[in-house]
Design a protein around this ligand. Structure first.
Ligand SMILES: Cc1cc2nc3c(=O)[nH]c(=O)nc-3n(C[C@H](O)[C@H](O)[C@H](O)COP(=O)(O)O)c2cc1C
Length: 206
């Protein structure tokens, strides 16, 4: 049975273009697939405190944690366990100021630690997990490559791809929903334009 972890990084609920795309993907999944939804704006993600930073440092150097550090670090390992238990990670990620929403960055900072989600191998870092992934980017404008060159303002896709590769999400299918700021009709058209890609990606899971 395939387990999908759906990470939602938009606060806009069903108005979100990325969420609308995710609904298409989820609706096309086989009945045998189970889905866990994790909404980064409604879950209370732990803050990176002095204590949590200390716990990370000590864990990386195999030192014993204080009771306070262990309690905060347990929140991190809970997120890591949830992430590593997924066979497929579906991410709905808006573009905010050319990058990703701060809650998504917070999630990445909480999740990404050597020994937990990646290990150093001879040829560089290697992800601990073995999930495949789909990321749906929603964007007010259009940041497709121009004249064969990547858009210099797109810090969203290169960043997510680099992180996904670090933690072992492979392959990662990217789905672009663009031009949403032109109004609700334009948003609907942009979602409709990727329906085939989304249902195709979902159909590959069983
Ligand atoms: C804080 C914030 C920053 C944004 N920055 C950008 C941006 O840099 N480029 C862009 O094209 N759209 C930007 N937008 C517009 C969103 O990308 C667009 O509304 C998108 O549809 C949001 O995703 P959602 O509909 O899935 O919530 C921004 C929106 C917000 C709220």
């Amino acid at each position: 049975m395939t387990k999908v972890l759906y990470i939602c990084a938009s606060p806009r609920g069903e108005d979100s273009a990325a969420v609308q795309g995710a609904r298409v993907f989820l609706g096309a999944l086989a009945d045998s697939v189970t889905v866990t939804e994790f909404n980064l704006f409604s879950e209370s993600l732990p803050e990176y405190t002095h204590t949590l930073a200390g716990a990370k440092q000590k864990t990386m150097t195999a030192m014993e944690l204080s009771a306070a550090e262990a309690a905060e670090w347990a929140q991190v390992t809970k997120l890591v366990d949830q992430f590593l238990s997924a066979d497929h990670v579906l991410m709905a990620v808006p573009m905010w100021n050319f990058g990703v929403p701060y809650k998504f960055k917070q999630y990445i900072d909480l999740l990404t630690h050597p020994g937990l989600t990646f290990r150093m191998a001879k040829d560089g870092p290697r992800g601990v997990g073995s999930a495949t992934g789909t990321v749906i980017y929603s964007r007010g404008g259009n940041y497709s490559p121009k004249n064969g060159q990547p858009d210099p303002f797109d810090f969203q896709s290169p960043y997510v791809k680099a992180w996904a590769s670090l933690v072992g999400i492979n392959p990662l299918e990217e789905v672009l929903i663009q031009g949403t700021m032109a109004g609700p009709e334009a948003q609907q058209q942009a979602v409709d334009a990727v329906t085939g890609q989304l249902t195709g990606a979902a159909a590959g899971l069983s």
